[in-house]
Design a protein around this ligand. Sequence first.
Ligand SMILES: *Cc1c(COP(=O)(O)O)cnc(C)c1O
Length: 387
Amino acid sequence: MADFFSDGYSIDTLLAAAATGFGGAVVPPIVQTSLFSFDNYQAFEDRMAGRSDDPLYTRVQNPTVAVLEKMVAEAEQGDAAVAFASGMAAISSTIFALVKPGDRIACVEHVYPDAYRLFERLLRPFGVEITYHSVEELESSPDLLRGAKLAYLESPNTVVFQAMDLPRVAAHAKKHGTLTVIDNSWATPVFQRPLTLGIDIVLHSASKYLSGHSDTVAGIVIARAELIDRIRDLSLSLLGGKLAPFEAFLLTRGLRTLGARMRQHQASANFFVDNLSRHSLVKRVLSPGPNTVPGLTGRSGLLSVELDDTINIPNFADALKLFRLGVSWGGFESLILPTQIALNQSGEENSLQRFGVSGRIVRLSLGLEDPADLWADFETALSQSAK
Ligand SMILES: *Cc1c(COP(=O)(O)O)cnc(C)c1O
């Protein structure tokens, strides 16, 4: 495939033009097979000896999945990518390939709740040290990462959506030989390409904007070839969290419209941020705008609001007609997630409790409905639920 960015094309052109590698087929076939057989002894031996890279077994390599990997690698301006069965499989597989007992991970505060649980419940008991740092600390303390094997970043981070100066943090990390990993699910390569800002590894929950249709769970990691080879060889082979060919097909389909969808999400988010910031029953709007940090060029449809104390949040949620209640985000449908529900979740201390998120915050995922319809619904529910 041509290197579309070096040809000066935009990401929209790249995703529309991405070839499937199956002759003239503009859509990749779903190669639904577990194994690939060989024509003769020599071809099989060459593959096993690493002298060819013909597909061998779908746990590690599959042609439909390879089309997806190539599309996302190009979109993120990376060398290579490896897809996984979920965003969490992408996160855990990346970390297990790079970290060993005794190493330290420096993590941004307000990290995705299940990434936090991975660090606290699985990695810490295995002897990996984890330290948490605010965005400001990561930006302003050049020596914070001294001795850290890996910096685990999200920008913006979860629920409170604080954006980070990535070139600055990447420069601090380089000084200490710390690898930087960022979860770029919020911005997508349409609005932020961290590899071009000095970050080493980008990963996504592809269940969100990359797929965009709330019909699949998937993850993907993008980086220079040597890191992707290591993650594929160690984690994909040995932990086995592979993406199914059918899910990869759904993702290649979703990706064709990523740019158009992100622009519509952005238009709705801009409209909401304008209206919300002028509303007397809204205390705070949490949504980083374009150019608030270097390299962030747009605003996605995932944002939070802190509601006035006079709003009864359960009544507000139930008064909404167009916003559904649920986890996840990034699809065509609008959703709300009241943080109080997450704060009341059973089990061990969760990341929202740990990092002190207010129960008055409601997260919104603005879908692809008409923004005026959405706003009318939101405003009516607000006024109906004020005491
Ligand atoms: C959903 C999500 C994940 C986890 O992805 P899954 O595909 O659900 O495993 C990771 N990071 C962020 C920011 C997410 O929103």
